[in-house]
Design a protein around this ligand. Structure first.
Ligand code: TRP
Length: 338
């Protein structure tokens, strides 16, 4: 049976957190386990460099961290192919050809690029680099080099997938039907908020719980989470809907206990400290098997390297095959004998 190829990835700019878990990792593992799909997962170090070009050590050190995060949540290297972007030069080659098929104005209008640029003023100031503006083109190459048919990502990635589809259609209309047009599979029904109540959990925002956090770190972070600001004394009546601790209880605490929490808070019968302790315990329960698996790989760096090398070799064969088709279609096959 022909499995449906999935292509996704992450920028290795930090360890992955529970926002990534609920946002995309969980869905990837689920899809992997159906046996219907063939997941390819890219550690997008080249893309990470577009806004971290002055910090190569950060990108380098996080390649293995992100790989261990994948493995720890259940991405299984016998079912999914994990690979490193920079080790597949065909992606860069494809990016060059695609760059003729997209206008600068179109890239500047890309909503994801626009939002990110607004957040990255300290890196780019008023003038953006060619590399950063062009990363959607490179991402189109990431997907199509491997004939990715489904791209499970969060909604923030939607404009990038749309841009990829446009490039594919343009390529196919000029050079012939060679490329596979990918489809987005939305993974996050809801975005996970930060412990501070920020709409987004992010490594740059300092409000995240990492999959690799220790028990103590989780407890410390949860104890500092933002609760109902109007609740000062324990018997003040609380409003769980504005409390980040309750928000997280809904993700990590069994339904009945969660309902109790809500009721007791509203009735002023539950102190925030006890409530936070209960939450920290439940998050730690959830993270325990993930931590254990991570520890296994942390103790075996040569195994992690082997997974990355073998995954990259396998992915590269696919990219070479696509590149051959692309060059044929573009009349760049000067010395082929056929
Ligand atoms: N842009 C994605 C992110 O920031 C990472 C990524 C790189 C990606 N290449 C990809 C996602 C290809 C899906 C497909 O999360």
């Amino acid at each position: 049976m022909n499995k449906k190829r999935i292509l996704t990835g992450d920028r290795p700019t930090g360890r992955l957190h529970i926002g990534h878990y609920f946002g995309s990792l969980r869905k990837r593992v689920e899809m992997q386990e159906t046996g219907e799909y063939e997941p390819f997962i890219e550690i997008a170090d080249v893309q990470a460099l577009t806004d971290n070009f002055n910090n190569p050590e950060k990108v380098r050190s996080n390649v293995r961290e992100v790989c261990m995060d994948y493995l720890s949540v259940g991405i299984d290297p016998t079912k999914s192919t994990i690979f490193v972007q920079s080790m597949i030069p065909e992606i860069a080659e494809l990016t060059v050809y695609y760059s003729n098929l997209v206008t600068i104005a179109r890239l500047q209008r890309n909503p994801t690029v626009k939002t990110e640029l607004a957040q990255k003023r300290e890196i780019f100031g008023e003038s953006v680099t060619y590399g950063f503006l062009g990363y959607p083109v490179s991402q189109a190459a990431d997907i199509t080099a491997f004939e990715g048919r489904y791209v499970p990502v969060g909604e923030d990635q939607e404009p990038l997938i749309e841009q990829c589809r446009e490039i594919v259609r343009k390529f196919n209309s000029i050079y012939g039907e060679v490329l596979v047009e990918p489809e987005i599979v939305l993974t996050n029904t809801k975005r996970i908020k930060g412990l501070d109540g920020n709409e987004k959990m992010g490594k740059s925002l300092g409000n995240a719980i990492y999959l690799s956090d220790s028990e103590e770190e989780v407890t410390r972070k949860v104890m500092a989470a933002v609760t109902d600001p109007n609740r000062i004394k324990k018997d003040d009546l609380g409003n769980p809907d504005v409390c980040m601790v309750y928000y997280y209880h809904k993700l990590f605490t069994p339904e009945e206990a969660c309902e109790n929490c809500c009721r007791e808070c509203k009735a002023g019968e539950r102190g925030c400290v006890a409530c936070k302790r209960e939450l920290a315990e439940n998050i730690n329960k959830f993270l325990e098997p993930i931590r254990e698996k991570r520890k296994y790989y942390e103790e075996r760096p040569e195994l992690v390297d082997k997974i990355l090398i073998e995954g990259t070799e396998k992915a590269r064969q696919t990219a070479i095959e696509t590149m051959r088709k692309v060059k044929d279609a573009m009349k760049l096959n000067y010395f082929d004998k056929n």
